[in-house]
Design a protein around this ligand. Structure first.
Ligand SMILES: [Zn+2]
Ligand SMILES: [Zn+2]
Length: 338
């Protein structure tokens, strides 16, 4: 089988490997779609701890090729995969906080992932994806992370919401906030094309960052930070109204710090809340995608074959691009009729 193997820092290439031998409790999956994400670039640059050699890719789904005969899975089942594998027995896991498990590891980060024709996956990580467009399987993991952020925000309808960052997370949160009944959804990002895209997806308005500081003021009940940049975290705190919440979904650089006024947090009753990974939200994300409530096609900037991945990962994403989706097993010559 062919896969994208990271052999050393900065070096990833198409590699031929034997199809993995299935272990008990694991399934083999033929990968139909795998999203590329900023984390893949961080791993490749050595900015995120990982094992090597490693098959990259943690946002993927496909068809079961082989599973335990006594499991609920059968060859041909369409599945989405939660790439984050928690121990299941520590205090955090037993309280449902699986993202905080100290022994958590991930497909595509610590063990071989989905940028491959075939991937071995623990059956505990599989979720049914029947009825979902195979290309949309690449969105379920990032969407599951966004659902975690939505859970923490606790929107009840009618709130004013600002979303900072116009990448895939920002564009998904814009859509989820609109679906949750927010009265106003403002996307804040530098790129004009991303702002106009968001306005077609449910944002009521949008602004460049400097215009946001000048014109918007402290008016938002909830601000989602989806860029993972210190400047935008600081901006999120400037946009939240008194009594408002700031939900951090973007991952800022490790070790970076920011001056925050604890006085303002207290007297303004501001809530600053981190949101990490997709704890037990994968199934709901699959349901949201299956329902067709989100426009995901508008977020697909390019469809790639495995042969194109190394070059794309080595360079920065194109201006205005949102999501690259890799189809490791290729595209069917004739579209399948559902
Ligand atoms: Zn990712
Ligand atoms: Zn655990």
């Amino acid at each position: 089988m062919r896969c994208i193997e990271m052999q050393s820092i900065g070096r990833a290439a198409v590699t031929e490997r034997p199809v993995p031998v299935r272990e008990p409790g694991w399934a083999l999956v033929d990968v139909l779609a795998c999203g590329l994400c900023g984390t893949d670039r961080h791993i490749l640059r050595g900015e995120y701890p990982s094992r090597m050699p490693l098959v990259l890719g943690h946002e993927f789904g496909g068809r079961v090729r082989e599973a335990d005969p006594d499991s609920r899975w059968r060859a041909g089942d369409l599945v989405t995969i939660d790439p984050n594998i928690a121990c299941g027995s520590c205090d955090h896991c037993r309280a449902g906080r699986v993202a905080l498990c100290p022994d958590r590891y991930a497909l595509g980060v610590d063990i071989d992932g989905g940028l491959s024709e075939v991937v071995a996956v623990p059956e505990t990580q599989l979720y049914a994806a029947s009825g979902i467009d195979p290309l949309h399987l690449a969105f379920i993991e990032p969407l599951a992370c966004c659902l975690r952020g939505m859970d923490l925000a606790g929107l009840q309808g009618g709130e004013s919401v600002a979303v900072i960052g116009g990448g895939v997370m920002g564009q998904l949160v814009v859509q989820l906030a609109a679906l949750a009944g927010a009265s106003r959804v403002t996307l804040i990002t530098r790129q004009a094309s991303r702002r106009s895209l968001a306005e077609t997806l449910g944002a009521t308005d949008s602004a460049a960052p400097d215009a946001a500081d000048r014109d918007l003021g402290r008016t938002y009940d909830v601000v989602f930070e989806c860029a993972g940049v210190l400047d935008t975290v600081a901006q999120a705190l400037r946009l939240a109204r008194r009594g408002g919440s700031v939900i951090l979904l973007g991952i800022p650089p490790e070790g970076a710090t920011l001056p925050v006024s604890p006085f303002a947090l207290v007297v303004d009753e501001l809530r600053l809340q981190g949101s990490f990974l997709n704890p037990l939200t994968q199934e709901r994300a699959a349901a949201v995608v299956r329902d067709g409530a989100l426009n995901l096609d508008a977020l697909i900037s390019r469809r790639l074959t495995l042969d194109e991945v190394a070059e794309v990962l080595a360079s920065d994403p194109g201006e205005g691009d949102i999501k690259y989706v890799v189809e490791p097993t290729g595209r069917p010559a004739v579209p399948s009729i559902p």
